[in-house]
Design a protein around this ligand. Structure first.
Ligand code: KE4
Length: 442
């Protein structure tokens, strides 16, 4: 795909004007907190269009984009196949509230590419997918307790918006206003990559854990890969205890490999949550897994879940176009792997040359540059990163037309539309940014 780098416009502050208007009517001026740029201490850019690896903001400035709408745009912005599929679906209407053939086709593609998903239910966001999977796990096991991991984010589900309690045996505490303590009382938040603590938790709460929900590659504390043995231990512990293993692959599904983290690491979870890529940028989520568990979902079984726009024809058309393109391009993942590795290695080398302490974590085409020597293996090591230094780096890069996620604790995404030239441009900008940081520190 031809990437079009547009001339950078001199006009400024259209984003600022829009932000002022937005703040009068929308909390924080945004419809999702991270978009407000609070973590990098500036007002946000408003985007108006994208194509391939490039986006344009309201001031006409163009960027090389490593946010990719937070993961859905594996093929880049405005991929022609996705645009065509959505356009054709649009001619037939926007929603029916009735079953459609396209939903069957998407379910077949998901089942074909993610074999552990024997049956799947489409919803309209990742949050809905994880909320439903938790309810289903509790309904299937007739147990109440849930284990999640500190630094893991699974959408704004009340019982998962929790922070760690004082110890393994103690339950977590609400991590948001409006979440009653009682909701947090049934959730244990454990350190990611810590097998010993997980083992102790299962010993403490034997026979009481409905499910473990885990990001098999963490993306919401920045990118943190599973340590050797972590995922197999969770599989073994849940199997032995009769609880369910839920892989939250909303971000990693179809990202870290075609079959997601479960294919990459060879672990078969009981349930999987999906989102982002399977909607090609339109609102979607999904949960699926073992047929005997999924058959507990209404109307087949007693676990209720529903949604007006679930399986929406436009989102499903985009998802089918995405997944069929992944099938048509078997070399796509190896190409993205090579570019992502060159980017990650280049960033690490440039930081070392500039004597800026950093570490880079990467799995496939998701990566994070942490401003800490590392290693970053969990939230307690991730939170040691120097947020101010990240914010300075973010601004040095955005001034050079490189748009990074506006938070140290997010993943960068390389798409199939990013080219070798894009990586060169990014590394050139990073070299200048690291050197500017080094000058400031000297
Ligand atoms: P949504 O409800 O935002 O579609 O999905 C929630 C979710 C669930 N599970 C994982 C592993 C996720 O990464 C997410 C959402 N990811 C964030 C990015 N850190 C979305 C960006 C945002 O909140 O604006």
């Amino acid at each position: 795909m031809q990437n079009i780098l547009f001339p950078t416009s001199q006009k400024t502050s259209r984003s600022a004007e829009l932000f002022e208007r937005a703040r009068k009517l929308i909390p924080g001026g945004v419809n999702s907190p991270v978009r407000a740029f609070r973590a990098v201490g500036s007002s946000p850019v408003f985007l108006v269009r994208g194509r391939g690896s490039n986006v344009v903001d309201a001031d006409g400035k163009h960027y090389l984009d490593y946010v990719g709408a937070w993961g859905p745009l594996l093929l880049g912005h405005a991929h022609p196949d996705v645009e065509r599929a959505v356009g054709q679906a649009l001619e037939r209407g926007t929603a029916f509230g009735f079953a459609t053939e396209a939903e069957v086709r998407l379910a077949e593609l998901i089942n074909e590419i993610v074999p552990s998903v024997e049956k799947v239910r489409l919803v309209t966001s990742g949050t809905e997918a994880t909320m439903s999977a938790i309810r289903l796990a509790r309904g299937f096991t007739e147990r109440k307790k849930i284990i999640k991991f500190i630094g893991g984010y699974h959408g704004h589900v009340d019982s998962l918006l929790v922070k760690a309690g004082s110890g393994v045996a103690t339950f977590s505490l609400p991590d948001s206003a409006g979440v009653p303590k009682e909701f947090a009382d049934l959730t244990l938040a454990l350190p990611y990559n810590d097998v010993a603590t997980a083992e102790r938790a299962f010993a403490e709460h034997a026979g009481q854990i409905a499910a473990v929900i885990v990001e098999p590659v963490a993306g919401n504390m920045g990118c943190v890969p599973p340590s050797q043995g972590f995922l197999p231990a969770l599989r073994e512990l849940t199997q032995r205890d009769g609880s369910l293993l839920i892989f939250d692959e909303v971000m990693t599904g179809f990202r870290v490999s075609r079959g997601g983290a479960q294919e990459l690491y060879g672990i078969r979870p009981d349930l999987t949550t999906l989102g982002k890529i399977i909607g090609g940028g339109l609102p979607i989520g999904a949960y699926g897994g073992r047929a005997d568990i999924m058959d507990m979902v209404a109307p087949e079984g007693p676990v209720y879940q529903a949604g007006t726009l679930a399986g929406n024809p436009l989102a499903v058309a985009a998802g089918i176009a995405m997944l069929e393109e992944l099938r048509r391009r078997p070399l796509l993942y190896s190409e993205m792997e090579a570019r992502s590795q060159r980017l990650a290695d280049g960033l690490q080398e440039l930081a070392v040359d500039a004597r800026i302490p950093t570490c880079v974590n990467r799995v496939g085409s998701m990566l994070t540059l942490f401003f800490t020597p590392g290693p970053v293996v969990d939230w307690s090591s991730a939170e040691r990163a120097d947020r101010d230094r990240f914010a300075k780096f973010f601004h040095l890069m955005i001034e050079r037309n490189i748009l990074l996620p506006p938070s140290q604790f997010e993943a960068w995404f390389v798409s199939a539309a990013h080219t070798d030239k894009d990586v060169d441009i990014t590394l050139d900008a990073a070299e200048e940014a690291f050197n500017a940081l080094a000058q400031e520190l000297s």
